[in-house]
Design a protein around this ligand. Structure first.
Ligand SMILES: C[S@@+](CC[C@H](N)C(=O)[O-])C[C@H]1O[C@@H](n2cnc3c(N)ncnc32)[C@H](O)[C@@H]1O
Length: 229
């Protein structure tokens, strides 16, 4: 199965109200070899990045999380067909849910090597800013689930979203407490974005949206936050 089913992800238990750990499970167990490095893509869309990257890196397990049902179904079918045709992509699973909620309530600490976030929805209206993926709460949750030295990789075409992201990243890469963070050292180190192998000539990641936006002549911003232990 490519899609993660209810048998693998049961509903959150009632105990979650008093015990925030009560809903945690180990998503690495959803893969044929759970001992492999584990990476998550938030908002995997039609699955282009996952398909390219997972074929190139068969020793890494990839979980794509997509909350739009039609894109999730499209990507899952794409992975399934390629699996049947070539035997590749047994290292990919797809989950149809809100990635930020899944990360907060389900994922145990320090198990994720990379979180990929490419061309995240910009939600331009101020009343919708709370729907953006990058929030202080999210950066605390991402820090918790990343392995020491693990990375959050971000690319966007949207200047105003980039300004929002950068303000958050600056806080989380600076000394001193931040909302949801009382550490005595910066939570993350900001480093240049390193294009993964499957990206084409001149591309950052080679997702559907990147290719579409390139033909429109848009420019992009990208960076990586590395978890400081
Ligand atoms: C602009 S599209 C980019 C898709 C793909 N990453 C690409 O570059 O082609 C953003 C995607 O993220 C999904 N998305 C946004 N917020 C999400 C969330 N909190 N959890 C899961 N998916 C989300 C949207 O449904 C949409 O498919």
């Amino acid at each position: 199965m490519v899609g993660v089913g209810l048998d693998e992800l049961p509903p959150l238990p009632d105990e979650i109200a008093t015990d925030p750990h009560a809903g945690r499970l180990d998503p690495r167990e959803w893969f044929r070899d759970p001992s492999r490095p584990f990476e998550i893509e938030i908002g995997s869309g039609k699955g282009t990045f996952l398909v390219q990257q997972a074929a190139r890196e068969p020793g890494i397990n990839y979980l794509g999380i997509e909350w739009a049902r039609e894109f999730y179904a499209y990507a899952a079918d794409r992975v399934r067909r390629r699996r049947e045709a070539s035997g590749e992509l047994t290292n990919v699973r797809l989950l149809n849910t809100d990635a930020t909620e899944f990360i907060r309530w389900r994922v145990p600490s320090a198990i994720v090597r990379v979180i990929h976030l490419y061309f995240s929805d910009p939600w331009p209206k101020p009343r919708h800013h709370k729907k953006r993926v990058i929030q202080d709460r999210f950066l605390a949750d991402a820090w918790r689930i990343l392995e020491p030295g693990g990375e959050l990789r971000v690319v966007t075409d949207h200047d105003e979203l980039w300004a929002w992201d950068s303000q958050h990243f600056d806080r989380w890469c600076a000394q001193g407490p931040t909302p949801h963070w009382n550490g005595t050292h910066p939570a993350y180190e900001r480093i240049p974005f390193d294009a993964p192998d499957p990206a084409g000539e001149g591309e950052l990641v080679g997702t559907n949206f990147e290719r579409k936006f390139r033909t429109e002549g848009r420019s992009f911003n990208a960076c990586t936050l590395r978890k400081r232990a």
